[in-house]
Design a protein around this ligand. Sequence first.
Ligand code: GLC
Length: 460
Amino acid sequence: MPLALRKAAEEERDVTESDRRRGPSRAEVRGILCHDPGSTAMNTDTPLSPEELDRDRRLAWFRAARFGMFIHWGLYSQLGRHEWVMNRERIPLSDYEPFADTWKPRRGCIRDWARLAKAAGMRYMVMTTKHHEGFCLFDSHLTDYCATKHGPGRDLVAEYVEAARAEGLRVGFYYSMMDWHHPDGALCKTDEAARRRFVDYIHGQVRELCTNYGKLDIMWYDVSWPLDVEGWESARMNAMVRSLQPDIIINNRSQLPEDFGTPEQHITPEKSGRMWEACMTFNESWGYTPIDKKWKSAWDVIAMLRQCAAGGGNLLLNIGPTPEGNVPPPCGAVLEDVGGWLRKYGETIYDATDPVAQEWMITGAFTRKGDCLYFHCNRWPGKELAIGGLVCKITGARIVNGPELLFEQVRDRLVLRGMTEFPPDSRCTPIELRFTGEPRQALGAGHVLIGEDPWRKTEK
Ligand code: GLC
């Protein structure tokens, strides 16, 4: 046994009694709960605090879920020019409020979205219960500006919860703390009495949401303008949320870090193993905006999923339904397509979340599970595929759910042969590569790595 390995094995045996009593460490718990990419970057020796253990417990389903549907729906959907239309076009409140009565969404539409989410391989949904415009899709006793008392004439949040549950999906509530409709929504910044009233309103609505709809899985706050964390009394608000919903996970937008980060319109892992979820639009708007034609394709969505998986995070992909509640084309077709792909290749996305050092390749990129890499080839080069810089000895290669491939590995150049001329799956074809140990990729900018020859060890 090589010296380094022998030392590691000896150290592993050298467990003192106090270590045994200390409870599980971060690495142990995360290793049990998930293949956590952050576990290598964090201090794995210190035991988890009771709060961290509880967080890991509550996050377990979320870490495995990978893919969720975000839904932006509100009065703005009728205007079709982005959910910020009221602010961006400075529409006077008196001109905007009437949209509360003209909004008549079709019954049953939310069931369609939930079915679509399920078919797309998504495992949870997050819907706007109130966006910045201030109109509540739920029945609120604290305002008349809500769906039950205007055009829709029914509780859209109740319908949403029922629809998601019927498909076995987890339920998240988006809730905007900023409010352009409430008279104290801006005044609260400069007037203490207004702040008191407004914070009571916001906390009161959060209480309604956490009380009236059964078990919730995610509280997804958004924009906390114009107060700071003390002004919002966010710690008190979230303690209330947890007392009403002990299993809930909370995002980081009430100005407290809470359970997970929310990179928006970019896919960037959080540090130190903290959970994260990238939220992305389908075109470039969240609310229904048919004049925005920059739709993502199945190819794009699958590439985003791969990137999230490789960084141990989730993808929350938005749809902005029409005011009637229809999924705008081409979102439905693209999501069905992605779902078909996930049914074939899901093992390379849902479960393959181990961290992997990798560098860009024009032909694709990796996810990893243990000693196995999945190369997501989305620009098919033809009968041969070469991958540079892999450190570790390969033992086998095959197309996922397909034939074995021939391979030749000479130091830092791996060539796969026996492939078809055209891609087995034009959206992305994952190729499974099996190694004798944990693989990584190191290419660098030069044609050699300076000061390091990682392949020497693998040659013997
Ligand atoms: C931003 C926008 C908002 C959108 C949200 C989604 O905060 O203000 O319109 O709902 O991002 O993450």
